[in-house]
Ligand binder design. Structure first.
Ligand SMILES: NC(=O)c1ccc[n+]([C@@H]2O[C@H](COP(=O)([O-])OP(=O)(O)OC[C@H]3O[C@@H](n4cnc5c(N)ncnc54)[C@H](OP(=O)(O)O)[C@@H]3O)[C@@H](O)[C@H]2O)c1
Length: 250
């Protein structure tokens, strides 16, 4: 399969940021795109701009989501809706924020995959794209958000095993810092939000992430782009920052 073999896609979290960019990209490539989010006005504008079909929905309403997603017959699911409530350490987390983050990032994502898979398995092709995070791969002092994206990581690796032989591909996209509304929605305190948002580095864009998804969708049918990590050149992970030449033993 390549992108031109896919007819219809479903993108959750489509009203802003990465999801919005993915909808625009896939519409421009000729796919029929179903865009899902809660904010009606933002979705309406996206529909006018791109020609996508819009669905106003809270993905935490898993019953409504199961019904709609199972009926659309899409070839591609971009499981993108996500929040960073309780993005600080677990001891500082508000209980309601824990539930919202796990409900949106994990529970809804699992339901979305289950709902679209039945028709994909019958057709013998399909592509699940899960938006994870570097926070699901490395410890960043963000126990709740990291746990939610760690779940996406292991959901993706297990799915590839469970779906072996079905013709369905599973791609996990793990971005680092992307400049979106993410921290505006995640953090209420203006000072803390400012500290999180203004990291002093050049962040990657939603369009960069959309391009990585297009790369995975456009691979030949026998290639599964399993995981893409993409992050700003100024962001990296690990506990020690040594002078790179130190101890090289010239
Ligand atoms: N920005 C980053 O640095 C970064 C890095 C790594 C991974 N990610 C991941 O990338 C994904 C997209 O985030 P973003 O950066 O593009 O953030 P964003 O600009 O805040 O967009 C989040 C999207 O998710 C939707 N959403 C949130 N809760 C929802 C719900 N209950 N039901 C339906 N839609 C919901 C929002 O729409 P409504 O509010 O209209 O519902 C919005 O369209 C998330 O999974 C996030 O964890 C982001």
């Amino acid at each position: 399969m390549t992108i031109s073999d896919y007819r219809a896609a479903l993108v959750t979290g489509a009203s802003a940021g990465i999801g919005e960019a993915v909808v625009a990209d896939l519409c421009a490539r000729g796919l029929t795109v179903h865009a899902v989010a809660r904010r009606k006005d933002k979705l309406k504008a996206l529909g006018v701009a791109t020609g996508c079909t819009t669905h106003v929905m809270d993905v935490q309403d898993t019953t409504a989501m199961d019904d709609l997603f199972g009926s659309l017959g899409v070839d591609v699911l971009v499981n993108n809706a996500g929040v960073g409530r309780a993005i600080q350490s677990l001891p500082d987390a508000n209980p309601a924020d824990i539930d919202q983050t796990i409900g949106t990032n994990v529970t809804a994502a699992l339901h979305a995959v289950r709902a679209v898979l039945g028709p994909m398995i019958k057709r013998g092709h399909g592509h699940i794209v899960n938006i994870g995070s570097v926070a699901g791969l490395y410890p960043l002092g963000s126990g709740v958000y990291g746990a939610s994206k760690g779940a996406i990581h292991l959901m993706s690796t297990n799915l590839r095993l469970e779906l072996a032989g079905t013709g369905i591909r599973v791609t996990e996209i793990c971005p680092g810092r992307v400049r979106t509304e993410f921290y505006d929605a995640a953090i209420d305190d203006p000072d803390l939000r400012h500290r999180f948002k203004e990291a002093g580095i050049t962040e990657i864009t939603s369009e960069d992430v959309a391009a990585s998804i297009a790369y995975a969708l456009d691979a030949p049918w026998y290639v599964n782009v399993a995981r893409v990590e993409l992050q700003p050149i100024e962001q990296t992970f690990g506990g020690v920052n040594l002078d790179p030449m130190e101890g090289q033993g010239q």
